[in-house]
Ligand binder design. Structure first.
Ligand SMILES: *Cc1c(COP(=O)(O)O)cnc(C)c1O
Length: 394
């Protein structure tokens, strides 16, 4: 019997999923830097455009390399369909615009990536879409936010930067009872540790810029979900508004997927060690890491995640201490990215979250002492030494 890639182990899916070889039999996936395609006849072009014969038409609609990336990620996610985009923000923007229209209402977790908050607070109101922000860890808050015109719930879990975790299954039930769709931004968990579609979400979005590339090179994004919804909500919008992923970037990301599982597991192992050293240090007021039993939502994490991920947040009390820590690091970079092979740390309240009004920052608990660190693939002893020395210096 023929192998069904959906039954493969995750490692096999990551290496071989979606592979579509040319007649040359190349081992590494081919890079098709190719805009358009020739048809054998006028009839063949007619059939292609009518959708009655398969094949590619134009890079904005699809491309063989981009398709391999989408098929591989869909397999890893356990999704029927994946649409790739030029960045994570393009994916989030498309995921919202495809489901919302004037007069609709959105409910969103209040701890969100900065640009997501900009879309919701500054952009969607122009089109008559109102939003209620909720404490995403408070199930009653989701229920209470529902209005008759609520069409979409959006949540990031774990959320940036303080790694709050939301019970995805419970929130999905509330969304569905209200006739709304749940979109989950799964960047921090990665497809290796959390499967929102299995937990009840309707749509998953990624910034592939983070762990999927994982080596600091290209931007990319993806939307995943069931065929019917992906087609009805996103197919035409994706074709006609042009957020397509470049085939070159798709190729880089496709190769990134091959080592995703390996990298994310090692980063997580390293992060566990670094988080324990941070939590044990006398200068640290509080440590939040989804892989530690003292995470505020540890019970939910045990239910829906199979690993803690590679990001840890910790409170050093005030800005001076947080900056002293960053400036004392010798190996770890000061940088706002995450999921990279190189470890990096940032001060969210003056970088990634500086445009968030202070009252809202305080509401999510983001005071000036917090540092967020993305743990990479360096040796764990070197990382623990670097971090411990920088903590000593604060
Ligand atoms: C980085 C990030 C995004 C945006 O992705 P880009 O690829 O930078 O556009 C969205 N959500 C989360 C959680 C992110 O970390």
């Amino acid at each position: 019997m023929a192998e069904d890639p959906r039954d493969w182990e995750v490692e096999t899916q990551a290496v071989r999923g979606g592979l579509a070889r040319t007649p040359y039999g190349e081992i590494s996936e081919a890079l098709f830097l190719n805009q358009s395609f020739a048809y054998e006849s006028a009839q063949a072009a007619d059939d292609r455009f009518a959708g009655t014969s398969p094949g590619f038409i134009y890079q904005r609609f699809g491309n063989p390399t981009t398709q391999m990336f989408e098929d591989r990620l869909a397999l890893l996610e356990g999704a029927e369909q994946c649409k790739s985009t030029a960045s994570g923000m393009a994916a989030i923007q498309l995921s919202l615009m495809g489901l919302l229209r004037a007069g609709d209402h959105l409910v969103a977790g209040r701890a969100l990536f900065g640009s997501c908050r900009w879309i919701i607070s500054e952009w969607l109101p122009r089109f008559g879409v109102e939003t209620t922000y909720v404490d995403a860890t408070d199930i009653d808050a989701w229920t209470n936010a529902v209005r008759p015109n609520t069409k979409v719930f959006l949540v990031e879990s774990p959320a940036n930067p303080l790694l709050e975790v939301t019970a995805i299954g419970a929130v999905a039930q509330i969304a569905h009872a209200a006739g709304a769709k749940l979109i989950v931004d799964n960047v921090f968990a990665t497809p290796i540790f959390q499967k929102p579609l299995v937990l009840g979400a309707d749509i998953v979005v990624y910034s592939a810029t983070k762990h999927i590339d994982g080596q600091g090179r290209v931007l990319g994004g993806a939307i995943l979900g069931p065929d019917e919804l992906m087609t009805s909500a996103y197919k035409d919008m994706h074709r006609h508004t042009g957020p397509a992923l470049s085939p070159f970037n798709a190729w880089v990301l496709l190769k990134g997927l091959e080592t995703l599982e390996l990298r994310v597991r090692r980063q997580t192992e390293n992060c566990g060690k670094v988080a324990n050293a941070i939590a044990a240090h006398s200068k640290v007021k509080r440590t939040i890491y989804p892989g530690r039993p003292d995470h505020p939502q540890a019970a939910i994490i045990a239910n829906q995640m199979t690993g803690g991920g590679n990001v840890v947040a910790f409170d050093l009390g005030d800005r001076a201490a947080a900056w002293k820590f960053l400036d004392s690091l010798q190996i770890v970079d000061i940088s706002n990215n995450l999921g990279d092979a190189k470890s990096m740390a940032t001060h969210p309240s003056t970088t990634t979250h500086r445009s968030m009004p202070e009252a809202e920052r305080v509401a999510i608990g983001l005071t000036e002492g917090w540092v967020r660190m993305s743990v990479g693939l360096e040796g764990p002893n070197d990382l623990v030494r670097d971090v411990s020395r920088a903590l000593d210096a604060t």
